[in-house]
Each structure stands twice: as structure tokens, then as C-alpha cells.
Design a protein around this ligand. Structure first.
Ligand SMILES: [Fe+2]
Ligand SMILES: [Fe+2]
Length: 263
């Protein structure tokens, strides 16, 4: 099974490049399953139900997220409306699984694509981030209940050490551990000895003439003055960053992970 994982889609520029380039990427890399992190789809901050469904329409099977998931409040209703309906499209939008128990939404999705069962698990780190539950032990609990062999984990975290530790901790138990949140692609993609594909950060899909997606002058000003500022999405040098993971659909073990960047 060949999986395309697209890094944090940032604002309209990110959504447009996905629309323009996804069909040829799917053909070129013979992709079976498409996963994307959508936490920055709405002008950099959160995602609305409408934007989630537009991204599903483009051919994304599952959307993951992270710390920006609650930025657009309507997403809470979207999750609540899907309660009790396993076929609602809202079930295919994940928020990190290690949020406090009882929060709206789900952190894991189990589906089938081309007759292959698969699961997607979304986790968030705790280093330089909110004090959520332990992503390591939450992953242990969830993996006990997952039947699929093909399992992808989005570790949405700030610290390289924490992401890499999740990678080693889950090596041999999942097909891939893919880092998101820092918006800059790292050159450390590899298949770990147990058969888990790993990358510290897949990179952002959005405007690179920016500071991690936001107009650079606003962020530079913030560092200079420390005054409150309203962040706005940048628009130039738009790139789509992703990885292609090739894995054995019977064992779930990864054979290869490749970085992709198109502009
Ligand atoms: Fe992000
Ligand atoms: Fe994030």
C-alpha cells in the first residue's frame, strides 16, 4: 500500500496547491491512500467543517490536526453532530488522541481503502506545548484495540527529541510515525529497524515566503517589539510538502519513505 501524507495545509495558498498538484502526485507515485494535516487550513488557524469537506472532495481520505483544532469553534459542533454516526465525514477529521478524556472529536480513525484495513492515529507532544495526556501511553492503549496492520501516526509536536522518541517507541508496531507542527521539512526520513517509516517533520504545505506560514514582517516585528499583533497568512513561494510511504499491506511494515516537495 502506498500512502501520501501531506504536511500542515496552511490557508488558501495551501488549499490551492493541494487542489492543483494532488491528482498528478497520486498518479506519479501510484498512491492508494491520502492523509493530510489540516490544522491550519482556515487562513492559518484551525479548520471549518466546510473546508474539511472541500479537502475530502479533493481526494484526501483522512485529515489530522493539532493544537489549532479548536481555533474555529464550529468544528466542535461538527464533531458533536457526528456522535453516534461512524459514517459521518466528521469522523475522518482527527484531533490529537491524548487530549483530556471526553473532549469532542476522535483521535483515531479506522477505515478500509482498496480492501486494505488501515488506521490513522493523531498524537500531540507535550514539550513546549499544552500539558495534555501522555502520548506514549495513549498510543499503547489505542494500539491494543486497532485491528489494522497498516497504521499511520501523526505526531504533532514541537521538540525533535519527543517526536523521535515516539518514533523509536512505536517502531515495529506501526507503519509510519510522521512529524508535523514545526512546518519545516527535515531531511531525516528513514525506515527504522522494526519496519516503521519515520520523519521528524514532513513540512508545511503553504507559503514559504513567511515565518512558518505567517507574513514574515509580522513575526519579525513580534520578536523585535513583543507587542500584540494579528497574524495573517502569507501568500508567496507556495510549496506542497509530503512523504510517500510504501508499506506491506499484510504485515504493515514500511519498505520505503520518500520526501516530496513541489511548488
Ligand atoms: Fe501546523
Ligand atoms: Fe500545530
Amino acid at each position: 500500500m502506498r500512502i501520501l501524507f501531506i504536511g500542515d495545509i496552511f490557508g488558501r495558498p495551501g488549499r490551492i496547491i493541494v487542489k492543483e498538484r494532488l491528482p498528478e502526485l497520486v498518479t506519479q507515485h501510484t498512491i492508494d491512500l491520502v492523509i493530510a494535516n489540516g490544522e491550519n487550513s482556515a487562513a492559518g488557524f484551525g479548520i471549518t467543517p466546510q473546508l474539511a469537506e472541500e479537502l475530502f472532495e479533493l481526494g484526501i481520505d483522512v485529515l489530522t490536526s493539532g493544537n489549532h483544532i479548536w481555533d474555529k469553534r464550529e468544528i466542535i459542533d461538527y464533531f458533536q453532530e457526528a456522535n453516534g454516526n461512524p459514517y459521518s465525514p466528521a469522523r475522518r477529521l482527527l484531533r490529537p488522541a491524548n487530549y483530556a478524556p471526553g473532549m469532542p472529536g476522535w483521535g483515531v480513525y479506522q477505515g478500509r481503502k482498496k480492501d486494505v484495513p488501515y488506521a490513522v492515529l493523531n498524537l500531540q507532544g507535550r514539550v513546549f506545548m499544552a500539558a495534555n495526556d501522555d502520548p506514549f501511553r495513549v498510543a499503547d492503549q489505542i494500539l491494543k484495540e486497532v485491528q489494522a496492520k497498516v497504521i499511520l501516526v501523526d505526531i504533532h509536536a514541537e521538540a525533535t527529541s519527543e517526536k523521535m522518541s515516539i518514533g523509536w517507541y512505536l517502531d515495529g508496531r506501526v507503519s509510519a510515525v510522521i512529524g508535523t507542527h514545526t512546518h519545516v521539512p527535515t531531511a531525516d526520513e528513514r525506515v527504522l529497524p522494526g519496519g516503521t517509516a519515520y520523519i521528524t517533520d514532513v513540512g508545511m504545505t503553504g507559503p514559504y515566503d513567511s515565518v512558518i506560514g505567517v507574513k514574515k514582517e509580522l513575526i519579525v516585528g513580534k520578536f523585535l517589539n513583543n507587542m500584540p499583533v494579528r497574524f495573517e497568512a502569507a501568500s508567496n513561494d507556495v510549496r506542497l510538502c509530503a512523504v510517500v510511504v510504501d508499506c506491506d499491506e499484510n504485515t504493515g511494515q514500511a519498505r520505503e519513505i520518500k520526501r516530496v516537495m513541489v511548488s
